[in-house]
Design a protein around this ligand. Structure first.
Ligand code: ARG
Length: 589
């Protein structure tokens, strides 16, 4: 469906043209004075300069042309030269009916030019538990992916596991110390390796920090770990078998954690998957003359003339020939281009890695790893802070594990829900989980991604204000009205949305018409917070209407059915939006 602002702009533009003015002056926007009008056009002010006329004369003429137009209930020319509009209620109702008939998309059209977009998010590190630092990438990335899918793009999410590097050598070293008899350490062994891992996830999660701690105090230990890493990366069989055990055990656990967050990935590729692409990539960079040796290391210059700050060269190989985080990211671009040829790759990563990605992107472009028109986009997110304004920590001051954060919020929600209600234990637990997830996700997504924000448990879990639970509460309220309406023996089969009879009803209807533009715009700007802002306005408009209108007590059946239709449309749109944000609503709460 055409966006309502475009439809209105078209009409106003025609009027400008009919009066002899250029079409560029007919652009209409939402009113910034909702007390005076719903939409406005300031074109006459600009046209005045070109046509050397008083702006109000132009505005008068255009207003005159538009009188009687069935789209508007009022068109006013206001000095010094503004045009103010109110939409006709009948026209508005027709627009909403058309939205409602489009039961899946509510009038939001898919893009005309679908792209293949890879999105790199999550970024967990194998054998290290997920902590709150990983929360934002998962939540924001998932939402962007869902927005893109809804808009009709081919979105491919890749978790980009941190599965390459010293942490693997550390685990192997510690394991060797504890269980030297394991066949993985026997270099003369040529048989098959056991399919069962020699550790559980809890052991693994204990082994890594222990090993990491030891390596900081004991240089011989650290050296052994570096040697193990080197041997692993150079193909030592027993170590590679161990690596796949570490990966399997860890990925199973990660999947469970992400599932709890309603987050999933199309690809479970890791840094290790990029390694086979490194030698050829490096060779080509050398052959093309882009890479050169500087102080022993192999580097590519990425500074540009217009830089206002120093952008250091991108290091490709260390002086000992070892590859780096950079190298892996560049080689990852190689396989992504080769296997998926994406139009765009979006990285949802902590904003402290911005300079790093500037180097990587420039290097990829300069060395021809990507097509000229492949867009590489860095979406850096800010830090999740505690109420003290410092990075979120446990009460003891340690790094908060994601699991613990989630169960803490679940518990908080459970208390709230059982305070309000008598609900079966199982349902209360299930409901608490659903509502808690909305609190966590909305709390995060409603902030512009690049900004730091304060994770305020009390505020985020509140049923009032700009929160996830408030949005869910509004949806649950609608579900309950609908259930009561149906329980009284009514159906809405032949019912339709009617022209608004009150200010609050019209305000709700106007808010609904914004859906397609809001979605389109939020994705174009990769800004989930704009979806949050839209549904907050929509939920407020609905609740205002609800408080001023007796829906279930309405005596005129046709009017009542009209309200119910409006309510269903509002519910459908809110549900679509929260789905895009990555959470859902319970039946009751
Ligand atoms: N594993 C990394 C970390 O924990 C994040 C990975 C981000 N993605 C990337 N392509 N570098 O910091």
């Amino acid at each position: 469906m055409k966006k309502i602002l475009d439809l209105i702009s078209n009409e106003v533009t025609s009027a400008f043209v009919a009066c002899g003015y250029d079409e560029k002056y007919g652009k209409v926007t939402l009113s910034n004075r909702p007390d005076l009008c719903e939409y406005q056009c300031n074109g006459a002010m600009a046209a005045a300069k070109e046509y050397k006329k008083a702006p109000f004369m132009i505005a008068d003429e255009v207003a005159e042309k538009l009188t009687g137009n069935s789209m508007f209930s009022s068109v006013e020319s206001v000095k010094p030269g503004f045009l103010n509009f109110k939409l006709d209620s009948g026209y508005l109702a027709e627009y909403l009916k058309e939205m409602q008939a489009d039961t899946e998309r509510f009038g939001c059209e898919k893009t005309e030019n679908p792209k293949t977009i890879m999105i790199d998010y999550g970024g967990p590190n194998v054998a290290k538990p997920l902590h709150v630092g990983h929360l934002r990438s998962a939540i924001i990335g998932e939402s962007i992916k869902r927005m893109g899918k809804f808009m009709g793009h081919n979105m491919i999410g890749d978790v980009h596991l941190g599965d390459w590097g010293l942490q693997m050598g550390l685990i192997i070293t510690e394991l060797k110390l504890r269980k030297p008899e394991l066949v993985y350490f026997d270099e003369s062994y040529t048989g098959e390796y056991p399919t069962e891992a020699p550790f559980t996830i809890s052991e693994l999660e204990e082994i890594y920090p222990t090993a990491s701690g030891k390596s900081k105090e004991d240089t011989a230990y650290k050296e052994a770990a570096m040697q193990a890493t080197f041997e692993l990366q150079n193909g030592r069989k027993g170590y590679q078998a161990l690596l796949s055990h570490i990966l399997n055990v860890s990925v199973t656990d990660l999947k469970k954690n992400y599932e709890n967050l309603n987050v999933s990935f199309e690809l479970w590729k890791g840094e290790s998957d990029a390694q086979p692409y490194i030698p050829d990539m490096v060779q080509k960079m050398k052959d093309d003359g882009h890479a050169y040796i500087s102080e022993g290391a192999l580097v590519v210059d990425v500074k540009e003339e217009t830089d206002t700050k120093e952008i250091p060269p991108c290091m490709i190989l260390k002086s000992d020939g070892a590859s780096l985080y950079n190298t892996t990211d560049l080689a990852t671009i190689v396989w992504r281009m080769q296997d998926y040829n994406p139009d765009e790759i979006i990285y949802v990563v902590d904003k402290r890695q911005e300079l790093y990605f500037t180097q990587v992107f420039r290097c990829a472009r300069k060395t021809g790893l990507v097509n000229e028109d492949t867009k590489l986009e860095f979406l850096g997110f800010g830090t999740m802070n505690g109420k003290d304004g410092k990075p979120f920590k446990t009460r003891e001051g340690g790094v908060m594990r994601l699991e613990h954060l989630v169960s803490e919020i679940n518990e908080e929600m459970y208390k709230k829900i059982t305070d309000n209600h008598t609900m079966e234990e199982a349902e209360a637990r299930e409901t608490a989980k659903v509502v808690a997830l909305s609190a966590i996700k909305y709390g995060d997504l409603s902030n512009q991604a690049s900004k730091d924000y304060i994770f305020d448990v009390e505020r985020f879990t509140s049923f009032e204000g700009n929160t996830g639970p408030y949005i869910l509460y509004t949806i649950v309220r609608m579900k309950s009205i609908l259930a009561k309406y149906k329980a009284a023996g009514n159906t809405v089969e032949n019912a339709q949305i009617l022209p608004a009879k009150s200010e609050s009803e019209k305000a709700l209807m106007l808010e609904l018409t914004r859906f397609n533009a809001a979605m389109e715009n939020a994705f174009a700007e990769i800004a989930p917070h704009k979806v949050c802002a839209y549904i907050y306005d929509l939920a407020n408009a609905f609740n205002h209407f609800y408080h001023e209108t007796k829906i279930l007590a309405e005596e005129d059946a046709k009017v009542q059915a009209g309200y119910i239709c409006l309510l269903e449309l509002t519910k459908g749109i809110l549900e679509k939006c929260i789905d895009v944000l990555g959470f859902s609503a319970p039946e009751r709460m």
